[in-house]
Design a protein around this ligand. Structure first.
Ligand code: PHE
Length: 453
């Protein structure tokens, strides 16, 4: 009976690694990372990002994995279960999982855009001209509300359908299929870029460090992004780890996932900038990089470009879908296991919430509704991204590190991690969780709130 339970509810070893990588590798790597590098002047940003992934990111990845693997529960119950003296107030950290619903709102809108671009590539509708390309993107966002609503609806329905099928049949199967294809497509794109003359230029853009360019803003953005890209701070990794085999090698898996996540971000950066430098003369910066500039490069490549565009947007959709399901699952696990709500009902309730707020985020980009959906300096879409990435995820991360560093007996953690870490590595990790991660993140938040001037 137990065996059957495990078959239905637990990840296989490779399934777990691909699911966690699938969560980590997403819009953050392929859509956000390249445009942030572009905006922050290239290599300086890359350097800080790599350092934060190594110093804080991996530690927090391990932290979420160890909590989930140990408690084997939904995120709220996890914090309750393993806190010292059962201080149940910690369960409130678990509520951070619901910030996933907010991430999913704008995430599902962007997935809708990607579907639209897959169709545009298939029908060879990408343009060489930057002006036309820009018109296509902004026309879609600002005026073509109905098409956008259609693709957004498909996106939300697909995400809900996969999560509805559960850990094994839904989430694991999707990752087993999509992640290897994603890796193959990106390796193919990388090899093709290497053969192009502008590859060297892209390489220098990403890797020639200019320390003078590192200012506090670069630091801030890079640290925030390292949380987002590694899926840290809302219990996504924790929730997946609750369904991993008890004997999972946490340290090895965390390092592998961080490596794969970074590799895909760097490969995406190299590929995109090789194409941009080679086939366009003026690159649109910002969120439009992948949807405005890159399509002009594809169009300029001729027939080969059409093929590459199709593969690129399909791979991007895979990356985003495998992340999106990991953003929804924590809330569903809480609803079904802690509050005993049926899976179908839970999906319908949370799916509806995500759909409605997502719809408003979508409308906030449109001409007709932007005015009533803009608050202060940002519209709703940008607020949702900012609120979650810059504020909620870092707060979740900090809570997790303080929890493990100060409210869970060290011996318990040492026991849990002894299988995968030597004492020395454990001590380094523990130091990072107790001091580096909280101090680093508090610094970022203070800086963001403007208190540091
Ligand atoms: N890591 C995902 C990305 O890079 C986003 C994500 C954030 C997923 C938080 C889960 C939790 O796109």
């Amino acid at each position: 009976k137990k065996e059957k339970f495990m078959k239905v509810n637990y990840f296989s070893r490779i399934g777990f690694i691909l699911a966690v990588s699938g969560s980590a590798i997403g819009l953050g790597n392929i859509w956000k990372f390249p445009y942030m590098v572009g905006e922050m002047g290239g290599s300086a940003f890359v350097l800080v990002y790599l350092l934060t992934v190594a110093l804080i990111g991996i530690s927090l990845l391990i932290a979420e994995m160890v909590i989930g693997n140990y408690s084997r529960s939904d995120s709220i119950t996890s914090f309750e279960k393993i806190s010292r003296n059962n201080k149940t107030a910690w369960k409130f950290v678990g509520f951070s999982s619901f910030s996933g619903l907010l991430i999913l709102t704008f995430y599902s809108v962007v997935i809708g855009w990607i579907f639209y671009y897959i169709i545009k590539s298939l029908t060879q509708n990408l343009s060489v001209s930057l002006t036309t390309s820009e018109e296509m993107f902004s026309g879609f966002l600002q005026n073509d509300i109905l098409s956008q609503m259609f693709f957004h609806l498909i996106s939300v329905l697909l995400i809900c359908a996969i999560v509805y099928k559960g850990i094994k049949k839904g989430i694991e199967t999707t990752n087993l299929l999509m992640m290897p294809l994603l890796f193959i497509i990106f390796l193919g794109l990388l090899f093709y870029s290497i053969s192009l003359p502008t590859f060297g230029k892209a390489w220098h853009f990403l890797f020639d460090y200019d320390f003078a360019k590192i200012d506090s803003n670069t630091l801030l953005m890079a640290v925030g992004h390292s949380f987002f890209t590694l899926s840290i701070g809302m219990g996504a990794i924790l929730t997946y780890s609750a369904s991993s085999a008890k004997e999972t090698n946490i340290f090895k898996d965390a390092v592998l996932v961080a490596f794969l996540d970074t590799a895909i971000a760097l490969i995406a950066g190299l590929v995109i900038f090789t194409f941009l430098f080679g086939f366009t003369d003026k690159a649109a910066k910002g969120p439009g990089l992948v949807f405005i500039s890159l399509p002009t490069a594809f169009a300029a490549m001729g027939a080969m470009g059409t093929l590459i565009a199709i593969f690129f947007f399909i791979a991007l959709s895979f990356a985003a879908i495998t992340s999106a399901i990991s953003i929804l699952e924590p809330s569903i696990k809480i609803a079904t296991e802690r509050y005993k709500i049926g899976r179908k009902k839970a999906i319908m309730i949370f799916g509806a919430i995500v759909y409605i707020i997502g719809l408003m985020a979508l409308l906030s980009n449109s001409k007709d509704f932007s005015q009533i959906l803009t608050f202060g300096s940002k519209n709703l879409f940008d607020w949702l991204d900012y609120l979650t990435t810059a504020i909620l995820l870092p707060i979740g991360g900090i809570a997790i590190s303080i929890f493990l560093g100060y409210f869970v007996p060290k011996e318990v953690l040492r026991n849990q991690l002894s299988r995968s870490m030597s004492t020395k590595v454990f001590d380094i990790w523990y130091f990072s969780i107790k001091f580096i991660a909280p101090i680093g993140v508090i610094f970022i938040l203070l800086n963001e709130s403007g208190l540091l001037g």
